[in-house]
Design a protein around this ligand. Structure first.
Ligand SMILES: [Zn+2]
Length: 159
């Protein structure tokens, strides 16, 4: 198998590794995969961690190693988390944004640290929403309530 073939198999496998906190969203959807290097059967994956403080990186590394070890042709896997560039919510792919909405989570609107941000309701698209509390289930997310369709939803904080 050529290295290019192996590289694309590795990418496809990474697309099956889901974020531990948001099931249904892969590392590729989140824009976390910065680089994949293939040298013979040695694979090196460089990931950009999402929000600092999400205590899921160890879990994610183990998931990536386990998934890639199952790819035919892969002999060894090294997973590294990069300190730079910093991950921003802009890196979430269009497919990732659709997948977030599908599980009832508003994708981040815009980017940059903001105190006052207003997501669109993932159910009806309304911006007539208000924040229920600042801290959602994780510090990455907040709970909002839609005044139009009266659904509560989570939103990802733009960074
Ligand atoms: Zn709504």
């Amino acid at each position: 198998m050529s290295e290019a073939d192996l590289q694309s198999r590795v990418m496809a496998a990474l697309d099956e590794v889901m974020d531990p906190e948001i099931r249904g969203l892969s590392l590729v959807d989140l824009g976390m995969v910065e680089r994949v290097e293939v040298d013979g059967g040695q694979v090196r994956v460089q990931l950009i961690p999402t929000y600092v403080g999400c205590p899921a990186l160890g879990l994610m590394k183990a998931d990536v190693e386990r998934r890639l070890a199952a790819v035919p042709g892969v002999e060894s896997v090294t997973v590294e988390f990069l300190r730079k560039p910093l991950w921003t919510t802009d890196r979430i792919t269009p497919r990732g944004r659709e997948r977030l909405k599908a599980v009832g989570i508003a994708p981040p609107a815009g980017s940059g640290p903001t105190e006052h941000w207003t997501p669109e309701c993932p159910y009806c698209g309304s911006t007539q929403v208000h924040r229920e509390n600042v801290f959602g289930p994780t510090s990455c997310r907040s709970i909002f309530y839609c005044d139009a369709c009266r659904n509560p939803f989570e939103a990802i904080k733009p960074v």
